[in-house]
Ligand binder design. Structure first.
Ligand code: F6P
Length: 390
């Protein structure tokens, strides 16, 4: 069962009855809004609830190594608009931490440091991987609360994640600018947009930027259909096209091969089988990383239009958060402090409507929110004549 938590603007700060100690860390890829969220948690925790807050550097690695930063009036000030994370981040997992060339299980060290600081709760700001790691630590007995961040917007059971709006704005502006060259040089410009295995970012920015073709992982594409859509534009007097391709988008045959590799990984039982299937999938993904370049070449051959590639990469994750992300991060961060004050742990603070909702980590971890095929964005993209490659 999830609990509804809504902070009312009229609520007065409460006097703390007993000081609570909380730790905060950021894990996974950085994104705009992380500092706004740290500030939201910290300012509400310290200022409104009289808690003591420390930050751990570089995600779970800093927690294992006990590398801390005080989060108080001075460190929490002036960070609302800053990109990145003042705490640093990493993609380390508590139970599989790379030290030199060895993987170790850092669970015990993490629990020891949690206890050393007499923490009442640990706040983990992260995406899908972080939700899984958070559940793991919850099951080891730690009080955990998480916030959903990622430019990919693929965390389950939250309306949206912070970082997404800013990244979508950046990618949209990039598409706007790419139109100039595509139009002037009569070229196809294939623009690769992040999103991991989901298409939210490419779809949102593609629609907002007026891309002519949008390819997302949820809809495996047929290369000939994409080429046909571009040729038909040329015949209609528009010998240029913008193709917004999500980094995880795949052609129909590639998607089938990827699904098969994924199933093998799911079926793996022994440690050795799991390791081999993980390595196979990783090798497959590494090979797929060149997909956008291949796609541009294939489209050039099929349409006889010059093609160019622009990979937006980390530009989408950098810089100051949008107003929407600052508001969202502050809403979630302050609700998180309130939950800790109320002793509600083992949950992710999800965005729900205008408020927030505490969702048990068990329901979130291991799930991915993909774009539903009947999503209104997909319907409207089709209605304005955008090709989705199917
Ligand atoms: O999850 C955010 C994200 O930027 C994805 O869109 C992308 O696939 C991934 O992180 C890139 O990861 P890294 O920071 O390891 O390059």
């Amino acid at each position: 069962m999830s609990t509804r938590v809504t902070l009312l603007a009229s609520e007065k700060p409460e006097a703390a009855t007993m000081t609570k100690y909380i730790g905060v860390l950021t894990s996974g890829g950085d994104c705009p809004g992380l500092n706004a969220a740290i500030r939201g948690v910290g300012k509400a925790a310290v200022g409104s609830f009289g808690m003591e807050v420390i930050g751990f550097r570089d995600g779970f690695r800093g927690l294992m190594e006990n590398r801390t930063v005080p989060l108080d009036g001075s460190t929490l000030s002036g960070i609302l608009t800053l990109g990145g994370t003042i705490l640093g981040t990493s993609r380390d997992k508590p139970y599989r931490m790379l030290i030199g060339d060895k993987e170790i299980d850092a669970t015990e060290a993490i629990i020891a440091n949690y206890k050393k600081h007499h923490l009442d709760a640990l706040v983990c700001l992260g995406g899908g991987g972080t939700q899984k790691n958070a559940l793991y630590l919850k099951e080891k007995g730690l009080n955990i609360v998480t916030l959903p961040k990622t430019i990919d917007n693929d965390v389950a059971l939250t309306d949206v994640t912070f970082g997404f709006d800013t990244a979508m704005g950046i990618a949209t502006e990039a598409i706007d600018r790419l139109h100039s060259t595509a139009h002037s040089h009569h070229r196809i410009v294939v623009v690769e947009i992040m999103g991991h295995r989901s298409g939210w970012l490419a779809l949102g920015a593609g629609i907002a930027g007026g891309a002519d073709v949008i390819l997302i992982p949820e809809i495996p594409y047929d290369l000939d259909r994409v080429a046909r859509a571009i040729r038909s534009r040329s015949r209609g007097g528009k010998p240029f096209s913008i193709v917004a391709v999500a980094e995880g988008a795949m052609s129909e045959p590639d998607a089938a091969a990827f699904r098969a590799a994924g199933k093998k990984k799911e079926k793996a039982k022994t440690k050795a089988e799991k390791k081999t299937s993980r390595a196979t999938l990783a090798a497959w993904e590494a090979a797929h990383a060149g997909n956008t370049m291949r796609l541009a070449k294939q489209l050039e051959e099929l349409t006889h239009l010059e093609s160019r590639v622009t990979i937006l990469g980390y530009v989408q994750r950098g810089g100051t958060p949008s107003a929407v992300d600052r508001l969202l991060a502050t809403r979630l961060g302050t609700a998180c402090a309130r939950l800790i004050q109320d002793g509600a742990y083992g949950v992710m603070v999800a965005a729900r409507g205008d408020g927030t909702e505490a969702v048990p980590l068990e329901k979130v971890a291991g799930k991915r929110k993909l774009v539903p095929l009947d999503h209104p964005w997909i319907r409207s993209a089709r209605l304005v004549g955008t090709s989705l490659g199917d």
